[in-house]
Write a protein that binds this ligand. Structure first.
Ligand code: CTP
Length: 210
């Protein structure tokens, strides 16, 4: 199958030296891309700004902002059978980006933000027969929120995790996740390396595909 994966944060510029972003390091999404390639799928990885090496055999497209990520997803979507949206897309961006470094005297302590598009919701009308997989990073018990996002975003599978739980979340090698399906089925996985979570996820979405 042709598998499209997004990974990492997006970075929303304030000026040439400052930005708004989040703590995603891209580990989980890169692990999914690697596991999918190792399973024999053709993988395209759209990566936000991260410091990870491209997994062998994976075609990588680098982006910075949420708008650039959306444009890349829209370009790559027609060729994919499975879309895994693992990126931590910034929900807001500064209303304006100064072309020159803002001097502190020019700033009044208020940063005006505007909403970024929701990538999954934007492309949902073009889903067709594709399998869509999302992630829900929550603080606290994640399954209720993840269930809401699964339905709102038209997903076939959502990977829920509590990013504040021991061994889970950002910049660590392990994760504890629950897989949720549209029919209400839940599968709670034990604490595993992100590479192993990724392998199980690839095995699971392969069964949902054509
Ligand atoms: N996502 C997306 N576009 C966005 C934000 C999120 O496509 N602008 C995707 C993520 O890649 C993930 C899923 O939506 O697969 C859930 O992301 P999450 O940040 O957990 O949720 P939000 O939709 O941002 O909702 P909330 O802010 O209410 O938690």
């Amino acid at each position: 199958m042709n598998v499209l994966v997004t990974a990492g944060p997006t970075r929303e510029p304030i000026d040439p030296v400052r930005f708004v972003s989040n703590r995603s390091t891209g580990k989980m999404g890169f692990a999914v891309a690697q596991a999918a390639a190792e399973a024999g799928h053709a993988v395209t990885l759209i990566a936000g700004p991260v410091t990870l090496d491209t997994p062998p055999g994976v075609r990588r497209v680098d982006v910075t902002t949420a708008l650039e990520m959306l444009a890349a997803v829209e370009r790559e979507l027609p060729a994919c059978d499975v879309f895994v949206s693992a990126a931590a897309v910034a929900d807001w961006r500064p209303e304006t980006c100064s072309p020159t470094k803002l001097k502190k005297g020019e700033m009044d302590g208020v940063l005006r933000l505007v909403r970024n598009p929701d990538i999954l919701k934007t492309i949902l009308p073009r889903k067709g027969t594709r399998v869509f997989v999302g992630f829900a990073a929550e603080t606290g018990e994640p399954t209720a929120e993840a269930g809401r996002k699964l339905h709102e975003k038209g997903l076939d599978l959502i990977v829920a995790n509590d990013v504040t739980a021991p061994g889970a979340g950002f910049a660590v090698e392990t994760n504890r996740v629950t897989l949720l399906f549209p029919d209400g089925r839940h599968e709670a996985l034990p604490l595993l390396r992100k590479t192993e979570v990724a392998r199980r996820l690839v095995a699971t979405f392969a069964t949902l595909g054509r």
